[in-house]
Design a protein around this ligand. Structure first.
Ligand code: THU
Length: 162
């Protein structure tokens, strides 16, 4: 028997003001698109904006539904759009922000489990890690160098192929 462990480090900034201009702009963009999220049930509006290797931007917002489980997270809305409009173009950085209409929006939230799985496969198929910038509408920002680190021992296409 042996033990294995998993560790990853991420950066914590007290404010988006402390980040380089390019990252700050992406975070501002994600905060802005929270406005167009369709989240009438949770009133938890999520905005995501990705910077592709080509310099193009793609955004996504959460899309809820009266049949609750039908709802889609902002991250997967973004990735499905990127995959359709910019097929196979790797994503350099994705900023994710949220605006909780019923509470604070000052502490970063990180992607749900289903989105971690989706993001992880996106990294795998485009062969490039995706940097993540996580924040609310103000306050601290977390910077992760590789989104897949959020899903250790993940299931992937290699598992299907034996
Ligand atoms: N949501 C996202 O869009 N992304 C996440 O990573 C976490 C949760 C959405 C789903 C739902 O519309 C609302 O936030 C509350 O869970």
């Amino acid at each position: 028997m042996r033990k294995e462990s998993f560790e990853f480090k991420y950066e914590v900034f007290e404010s988006s003001d402390d980040l380089p201009e390019k990252d700050r702009a992406l975070i501002e963009n994600a905060r802005k698109v929270t406005e167009i999220a369709y989240a009438p049930y949770s009133e938890f509006k999520v905005g995501a904006v990705a910077l592709l290797n080509t310099g193009q931007l793609v955004s996504g917002t959460n899309q809820e539904n009266a049949s609750y489980p039908v709802g889609l997270c902002a991250e997967r809305a973004l990735l499905a759009t990127a995959s359709t409009l910019h097929t196979n173009i790797p994503i350099d950085t994705m900023a994710i922000a949220y605006h909780n209409l019923n509470g604070e929006s000052a502490t970063p939230a990180s992607p749900c489990g289903m989105c971690r799985q989706y993001i992880s496969e996106y990294e795998e198929r485009t062969k490039q890690p995706i940097r993540l910038l996580l924040s609310g509408m103000q306050g601290r920002v977390f910077v992760l160098e590789k989104a897949g680190q959020l899903l250790p021992l993940s299931f992937g296409s290699a598992d299907l192929n034996g």
